[in-house]
Design a protein around this ligand. Structure first.
Ligand code: HEM
Length: 184
């Protein structure tokens, strides 16, 4: 409970997290690029919302800023929400990145004691959990699928995410992973 609102399995996310053990694997025309990175993710408890007069979602809002270890340049910026429906335990992860790609990924997670693992997935064209992208991205660098797993154990957070891309004439698993520590 935070300020009288039950965030269920999302409560463990709330805080500021930092980590410098990230690895990005992204596509290049002639192969792939592996980039070590550091990042900060701010997760904030953002209250709740009622939909259709009968669904109530607890909301956690976040902002992720990712920088290259070599040189410190920010090379990924992402904002979004995680929501939890206490009546079904459905979690939804909505995100947008400034390449003009938006994802609404879903999964199920009940509140648990100890370490919490959140698993969500989306697929382009899926009727439930989908991906929206600009015409340019659809035609040149299409995101076909998205999978994200976060595990929080106390003040440690690990994540692994895969974006399956159709780019440069091949299907490529663009992946990111990091281990972070809660700093506030
Ligand atoms: C920690 C998170 C992430 C990092 C560090 C990251 C980093 C990168 C990098 C370095 C590239 C290659 C850019 C280039 O060739 O100029 C790339 C490409 C791409 N990323 Fe990510 N990315 C992340 C997450 C995501 C997410 C969540 C999505 C979508 C849901 C996404 C979608 C794409 C797409 C569609 C491309 C292909 C664009 C292109 O190379 O022309 N990425 N990303």
């Amino acid at each position: 409970m935070i300020d009288g609102i039950d965030y269920g399995p999302l409560e463990v996310l709330v805080g500021q997290w930092q980590g410098d053990k990230g690895t990005d694997i992204s596509p290049e025309p002639d192969g792939q690029e592996d980039t070590p990175y550091f990042e900060t993710i701010d997760f904030e408890a953002a209250g709740d919302v009622t939909n259709g007069g009968k669904q109530t979602l607890a909301i956690v809002r976040y902002h992720q800023v990712v920088s290259k270890k070599a040189g410190g340049q920010v090379f990924h910026d992402e904002i979004g929400y995680w929501t939890w429906d206490s009546s079904t335990d459905v979690i939804a992860h909505s995100l947008t990145i400034p390449r003009a790609v938006c994802v609404l990924a879903g999964g199920v997670c009940a509140p648990v004691e100890g370490a919490v693992t959140l698993n969500v997935e989306a697929r382009e064209g899926d009727k439930d959990w989908g991906i929206i992208q600009s015409p340019f991205m659809r035609d040149n660098a299409k995101t076909i699928a998205f999978k994200h797993r976060i595990t929080v154990d106390g003040d440690n957070l690990d994540y692994f995410e895969t974006m399956v891309l159709d780019i440069y004439g091949k299907i490529f698993d663009h992946t990111d992973s990091n281990s972070l520590t809660r700093v506030s």
